[in-house]
Design a binder for this molecule. Structure first.
Ligand SMILES: *Cc1c(COP(=O)(O)O)cnc(C)c1O
Length: 456
């Protein structure tokens, strides 16, 4: 998502496709036609910028349907899908249990603007198996969850400033479309037109995995920082894995300063395990945001905290937050069905083992051929990085020039029936619907593409 933000305007549209194989690309005629039409309706022909394929070759694929780990585009091409709607589809497309529950809910009407038992049911599932939060509020997207969590932190602490990290994405609310200025600790600069400079002044931005910068920020803004927000598994600008020690340091410095620690687990929640990154690293944040997986593919987000902190939310407390479609019964139903599947014994063990095997065998292939290529992974999230660094934990450790290699790989993978998100800054997801056979097939396509990328 960050890619779309940072690279959108540098744009590489119009670049001549590199004809790597000399073979024609798969047909995208119908997709191209739909795209032309879409451009008359939507800016850039899309309803979310990364979908426009600006960072890779060709016209965006218009998806006609999905089933299991596969998607089919408008031209009838079939792909093994590792985008999985950017993370929500941990069970793959069109899972029978999710579909059944959604249809059942729809038969009773689609929205009431009044409470339903389904909200209780999903909340209970979430809270009963999660020791890190005690109360929550449902909203309709990850952006909304984070925006509300920030307001809650400010209202609860009666402070204005927030601190975020370069390389973490938290949705597109004004306070968070802010990037680092120059210097170790500065106010942020807006990363989108339309965000007032005065808003950006309330957001401090520092580099990930840099203790000194964080200490300096707390010194400089002593007593003013309401919250520190982080993706504990930063997965929107590559996969910038942090150490448990660093996250613990973050926890401690927040506690010492009366600052709330917000884990934005919109991707990592229910992905690296049922208790997300908080459970994975065993670190107690003050507020957690979820989205993506908890909606089973429907638009849902939520934020949660202790009963005391959540007591600040309206109508119990003074922090206002509302939503016409919040807790939508159809979305709740999808979430309930999906989370029930995730709670089955061994679900994460099996999924994570499968994903690890996939990632590591690709890594072995690349290493054996001395390719400057790494597969970083955690749980069922992976990231293909054209680097020879052993670890990449900060945004500035990613070489933008390496994205040219991803661009070739992406095209060759499409030609071989494998769909990755259309940007080298995006991670991929393995779902429980990816069988060993699918993953073997995908691996062969990946090996071939790597050989072409590194062909001398
Ligand atoms: C996807 C994402 C968001 C934004 O969620 P939307 O549903 O796209 O608004 C926020 N934070 C993180 C960590 C995300 O991955």
């Amino acid at each position: 998502m960050l890619d779309s933000l940072n690279k959108m305007f540098s744009g590489n549209e119009g670049d001549e496709p590199v004809n790597t194989t000399g073979k024609p690309d798969i047909s995208r005629e119908k997709s191209a036609e739909l795209y032309e039409k879409a451009k008359t309706f939507f800016p850039g022909g899309v309803n979310s910028p990364v979908r426009a394929f600006k960072s890779v070759h060709g016209t965006p694929l218009f998806i006609a349907k999905g089933d299991g780990c596969h998607v089919w585009d408008a031209d009838g091409n079939q792909f093994i899908d590792f985008c999985c709607s950017w993370g929500p589809l941990i069970l793959g497309h069109n899972h029978p249990k999710v579909k059944e529950k959604v249809i059942e809910a729809m038969q009773n009407g689609m929205s009431f603007g009044a409470p339903t038992a389904l909200e209780n049911e999903l909340a209970e599932l979430l809270l009963k198996h999660n020791k890190f939060i005690k109360k929550l509020r449902f909203v309709s997207s990850g952006t909304e969850a984070v925006m509300s969590a920030i307001r809650l932190a400010r209202g609860y602490t009666k402070r204005d400033k927030i601190l975020k990290f370069e390389g973490c994405y938290h949705g597109h609310s004004d306070s968070l479309l802010v990037k680092a200025g120059s210097g170790l600790v500065t106010f942020g600069e807006t990363s989108s037109a339309g965000v007032p400079k005065s808003f950006a002044k309330e957001t401090v931005v520092v580099a990930l995995n840099d203790r000194e910068a964080l200490e300096k920020a707390f010194e400089k803004f002593k007593g003013n920082i309401a919250a520190v927000i982080i993706e504990p598994v930063p997965a929107n600008n590559g996969l910038l894995l942090q150490t448990k020690e660093y996250l613990q340091f973050l926890r401690d410095i927040c506690t010492q300063n009366g600052t709330l620690l917000i884990f934005d687990e919109v991707i990592s929640g229910f992905r690296v395990g049922f208790e997300g990154a908080a459970g994975y690293y065993d670190i107690q944040p003050d507020i957690i945001t979820y989205g993506k997986i908890i909606g089973g593919g429907m638009p849902v987000g939520c934020y949660g905290a202790s009963a005391e902190i959540m007591g600040s939310i309206s109508p119990d407390g003074p922090v206002y937050q509302a939503g016409t479609l919040s807790g939508n019964p159809v979305a709740m139903a999808a979430g309930i069905a999906q989370l029930n599947e995730l709670l089955r014994m061994g679900f994460y063990r099996d999924l994570n083992n499968k994903a690890e095997e996939f990632a590591e065998s690709i890594q072995r292939f690349a290493a054996a051929r001395n390719y400057k290529f790494k597969v970083f992974h955690i749980g069922s999230i992976f990231w293909f990085a054209f680097t020879d660094k052993e670890t990449v934990s900060r945004a500035d450790e990613i070489d933008p020039a390496s994205m040219e290699k991803f661009k070739i790989m992406h095209r060759e993978l499409l030609n071989r029936g494998v769909y990755l998100g259309p940007s080298g800054y995006e991670v991929g997801f393995v779902s429980s619907a990816h069988t060993k056979v699918d993953l073997e097939k995908a691996k062969r396509a990946i090996f071939d593409s790597l050989d072409l990328v590194f062909r001398k």
